[in-house]
Design a protein around this ligand. Structure first.
Ligand SMILES: Cc1cc2nc3c(=O)[nH]c(=O)nc-3n(C[C@H](O)[C@H](O)[C@H](O)COP(=O)(O)O)c2cc1C
Length: 157
C-alpha cells in the first residue's frame, strides 16, 4: 500500500514516532512517505494567538491509499496548525485514516483524550474514515512501551 504520514511537529516528538511507524511500514514492503505540515509561524506559543494563521505546506492526501495524521497537544487542544490544515479541507473523503497525538503529561486524560476526540471529529467532518487513534503520554514511564504498541498497531494493513 501507499501510505502517507501527514505530520505537524514543532520540537520533534511527534515526528520521531511517525518515523518509527514509517520504518516499520517500509520494512513490511509498503511505500510510506512522511509529509510535514508547515506554517509561516510554527511557534505554538505564538500561533495560537494568530487567528489568521498561514499554512506554507499543506500536503495533498490524494495519492495515498491510507493516511496517518499526527500532531501535538497545545493548550489542551489539537495544535492550531493541524486544525488549520484540516480546516483547509484537504481531500480526505473516503480515506482510511489513523490518528495519534503526543502530549507532555503522563496521563491521557490530561489533555490527550479530549484532543484526540477533537482530531477525530475534524477528520470525520472532512469525510475521512477514522479507523484507529492513539495518544502518547510523553512523560509517562511507559512511553517507550506505548510507542512500540502504537508502531505495531498502526503498521497493520
Ligand atoms: C504552547 C504549548 C502548549 C502545550 N500544551 C500542552 C497541553 O495542554 N497538554 C500537554 O500534555 N502537553 C502540552 N504541550 C506539550 C506538547 O504537547 C508535547 O511536548 C508534544 O510532545 C510536542 O510535540 P512536538 O515535539 O511534535 O512538537 C504543549 C507544548 C507547547 C509548546
Amino acid at each position: 500500500m501507499n501510505i502517507g504520514l501527514i505530520v505537524y511537529s514543532y520540537t520533534g516528538n511527534t515526528l520521531s514516532v511517525a518515523e518509527k511507524i514509517q520504518n516499520q511500514l517500509q520494512a513490511q514492503g509498503h511505500t510510506a512517505i512522511i509529509e510535514r505540515v508547515h506554517a509561516s509561524n510554527e511557534d505554538p506559543q505564538k500561533n495560537r494567538l494568530d487567528k489568521t494563521g498561514s499554512l506554507t505546506q499543506a500536503p495533498d492526501p490524494l495519492p495515498y491509499d491510507a493516511l496517518i495524521l499526527a500532531a501535538p497537544v497545545n493548550g489542551f487542544s489539537l495544535a492550531k496548525i493541524m486544525q488549520d490544515y484540516l480546516a483547509s479541507r484537504p481531500g480526505l473523503a473516503g480515506k482510511p485514516v489513523r490518528l495519534f497525538v503526543t502530549h507532555h503529561f503522563p496521563k491521557a486524560w490530561l489533555g490527550g483524550s479530549q484532543t484526540i476526540r477533537q482530531f477525530d471529529k475534524l477528520c470525520a467532518a472532512n469525510g475521512a474514515k477514522v479507523e484507529a487513534t492513539a495518544i502518547i503520554d510523553w512523560s509517562s514511564k511507559k512511553r517507550e512501551q506505548e510507542i512500540a504498541e502504537l508502531v505495531n498497531r498502526f503498521s497493520q494493513f
